[in-house]
Ligand binder design. Structure first.
Ligand SMILES: C[S@@+](CC[C@H](N)C(=O)[O-])C[C@H]1O[C@@H](n2cnc3c(N)ncnc32)[C@H](O)[C@@H]1O
Length: 222
């Protein structure tokens, strides 16, 4: 997977990538709507060469990390903003923030995870990475969106699907369908959701569903 993304970024310009946005306006509006402080930790997961980091730096955010598999993508973004953000070449699952995040942003990355166990692991990873009260902004192809992105099959989702996937540890704060226009003018409907991370104890039924062993209760002898 790393080689796919590395060769894709190395072989294309921003105008040749379907996901390129001239201005990441929905991300910015929703990050502002979260009310996050300028010094809170933000991670743009699978941020690639997106201009979101430029805009966040411009708005005065001081603790931004961009995490991506592709060194070429990160180098493109870093060439624009230099040391005003941290660029981390890593798989998202291997990215463990040194302190909990105030905001997790993912545009067009979760939809590459198709296996239900991978999607559940993604949610667990978000829950472990974001502080209680923190925010999660996710965008993935909507049910009417394309079946592939960068020639890779995707799992499309509605806001309701994402609410169900994220479960009790996250409360929906905002959702919408927003149509992205590729640089060559093709429409791609995206589902956007914003969640707030809640303080919730794990429940027995979800532990059972994941195949965890339940504690055995001794049967009283008569
Ligand atoms: C469709 S692009 C979206 C890029 C960016 N979020 C944007 O909106 O412009 C998907 C990005 O996710 C990155 N990616 C895919 N799988 C990843 C993973 N498991 N961990 C980290 N990055 C990943 C790719 O390298 C690529 O930059």
């Amino acid at each position: 997977m790393t080689s796919h993304w590395e060769s894709t970024y190395a072989a294309t310009t921003a105008a040749e990538r379907s996901w390129t946005e001239e201005s990441p306006s929905t991300s910015l509006e929703w990050i502002r709507a979260s009310g996050i402080a300028k010094d809170a930790r933000i991670a743009d997961i699978g941020g690639g060469a997106s201009r979101l980091v430029d805009e966040l730096v411009g708005e005065g955010f001081t603790r931004i990390s961009v995490v991506d598999l592709s060194a070429s993508a990160l180098a493109e973004a870093q060439a624009r903003v230099g040391g005003q953000a941290t660029f981390i070449e890593s798989d998202l699952f291997a990215f463990t923030p040194s302190s909990l995040l105030g905001l997790w942003h993912d545009r067009a990355v979760l939809h590459f995870l198709s296996d239900p166990s991978e999607r559940a692991a993604y949610v667990d990873h978000v829950a472990a990475s974001v502080e209680v009260g923190g925010s999660v902004v996710i965008a993935c192809f909507a049910l009417t969106g394309p079946e592939q992105c960068s020639q890779i099959p995707v799992t499309r989702a509605s806001a309701q699907d994402l609410v169900q996937l994220f479960g009790r540890r996250f409360q929906l704060a905002q959702s919408a369908t927003v149509v992205h226009l590729t640089p060559w003018g093709k429409s791609q409907p995206f589902t956007w959701v914003r969640f707030t991370r809640l303080e919730v104890q794990p429940d027995v039924s979800s532990a059972q569903a994941k195949g965890h062993r339940q504690e055995e209760v001794p049967t009283p002898k008569s």
